[in-house]
Design a binder for this molecule. Structure first.
Ligand code: HEC
Length: 319
């Protein structure tokens, strides 16, 4: 086994087997173990040093042994070693690709001029270079036809297709990842699961000031159509996440609630609309007219007028 594979291959192979085993057995999340735990790096370095040291010692022993052998045994040992070294095909292919004449045959290709003692050899082009050149000619022809004769997609076209694909992928991802909502993308959630989650959040965090039925206390009444800070889902999301006007008592909940929880509780708040709480607090803020409802009848206009008067009195009182 030892003589089958030369040491410059043996060391990396053994090292990578150990490396692989370390990565396999140490659970380090999505980072490689040697990044996550620097001590692993130290260990691997030590392994590498020991492997190299073993090779050096074995090589030295072989040398010492060789000196002790008589001529015949030495020759036999070397021949055995030579014959067992594989990878000669690698060397042969390499030489073939260079296409050089061996030094002994250079006499055949020497040109008969001589510049101050500098002579020139008429070597063939190295095959690796020549075939590379042929391949590039074929490539150029194909490229020319595809992109300049048959007008294949340009780089700009390709970029645009990729951008469109990426955008659809992002949209698709956002649909499955509700937790990614922010004030710009939030929509009113209507699923029962979301609303009951919102109710739970509301009951834990908000009832102290808004009452369980949204009638209001320290905080304003959430059941009426009057809103200090806006009554659409985006505004409510913003109020809950960023807080109310400073000094009023409504804190920014974004440090305690996740975006999804804020979206759920905001949607739950909207379900109070039109309900009648036990102890409703007087309306505060501006009347928000839902675009979809018809408010053209005289009655509702009158109501609006009265409510506006109430509002302004409240503002005067507050000040
Ligand atoms: C410490 C008392 C308190 C708590 C707890 C509280 N709020 Fe408020 N909330 C207020 C006050 C006070 C205001 C009025 C803010 C202002 O005038 O700027 C308000 C305003 C609001 C508004 C805007 C109402 C409007 O008319 O524009 C919403 C929506 C709201 N709160 C929802 C919530 C939700 C949801 C929670 C629970 C996560 C919550 N609040 C917890 C006191 C509180």
């Amino acid at each position: 086994m030892r003589n089958l594979v030369p040491s410059w291959i043996r060391v990396p192979i053994v090292f990578f087997i150990i490396f692989g085993a370390v990565e396999f057995f140490i659970d380090s999340g999505d980072k490689p173990a040697f990044v996550e735990y620097p001590v692993v790096m130290l260990f691997l370095l030590l392994v590498l040093l020991i492997l190299i040291a073993i090779e050096a010692i074995v090589g030295a022993l072989e040398n010492v042994m060789l000196h002790k052998l008589d001529e015949e045994a030495k020759a036999r040992f070397l021949a055995e070693k030579e014959s067992s070294v594989k990878f000669t095909w690698l060397k042969e292919t390499y030489n073939k690709l260079l296409g050089q004449k061996p030094i002994e045959e250079e006499g055949e290709i020497i040109l008969d001029h001589n510049y101050d003692g500098i002579k020139e050899l008429d070597n063939d082009l190295p095959p690796w270079w020549l075939y590379g050149f042929y391949i590039s000619i074929v490539f150029a022809a194909v490229y020319l036809l595809r992109y300049h004769v048959f007008n294949g997609p340009s780089q700009i076209d390709e970029l645009e297709t990729e951008l469109v694909e990426a955008r659809t992928a992002i949209e698709a991802y956002k649909k499955t990842a509700k937790g990614l909502v922010d004030v710009n993308t939030v929509t009113q959630l209507t699923e029962a699961a979301d609303l009951s989650a919102g109710k739970k959040t509301f009951e834990t965090n908000c009832v102290a000031c808004h009452m369980a039925d949204g009638g209001g206390g320290i905080g304003p009444n959430l059941t009426d159509k009057h809103w200090i800070l806006g009554g659409d889902i985006k505004s409510i999301f913003k109020t809950v996440s960023e807080g109310g006007r400073s000094g009023k008592g409504m804190i920014a909940w974004k440090t305690q609630l996740k975006p999804l929880e804020i979206a759920q509780v905001a949607s739950y708040v909207l379900t109070f609309q039109g309900t009648t709480p036990a102890n409703p607090k007087d309306p505060e803020g501006d009347l928000m007219v839902d675009d979809s409802s018809e408010t053209t009848s005289d009655e509702s206009i009158e109501e609006t007028a009265i409510e506006t008067v109430v509002d302004s009195t409240q503002v005067t009182l507050a000040n």
